[in-house]
Design a protein around this ligand. Structure first.
Ligand code: SF4
Length: 64
């Protein structure tokens, strides 16, 4: 089953998508493991987050 867009979390390296026994998917914030300021399951869509870090962009090139 499709989950609702999680906003910033969907492109954040700290997101982990977890699935429950009924097949629903949730966006989990792995920062919550080390920092209680972050909820385990943030209310989505997240539009602003101080802890946001984009995924490594494998094709990105540093412009000289
Ligand atoms: S750090 Fe912020 S943007 Fe990233 S997964 Fe957690 S709540 Fe979402």
């Amino acid at each position: 089953m499709a989950r609702p867009p999680a906003g910033l979390c969907d492109t954040c390296r700290h997101q982990r998508v977890v699935r429950n026994t009924r097949g629903s998917e949730f966006s989990l914030c792995e920062r919550s493991r080390t920092d209680p300021a972050y909820p385990r399951y943030p209310r989505v869509p997240v539009v602003r987050c101080a802890g946001y870090e984009p995924h490594e962009a494998p094709h990105a090139r540093r412009a000289g």
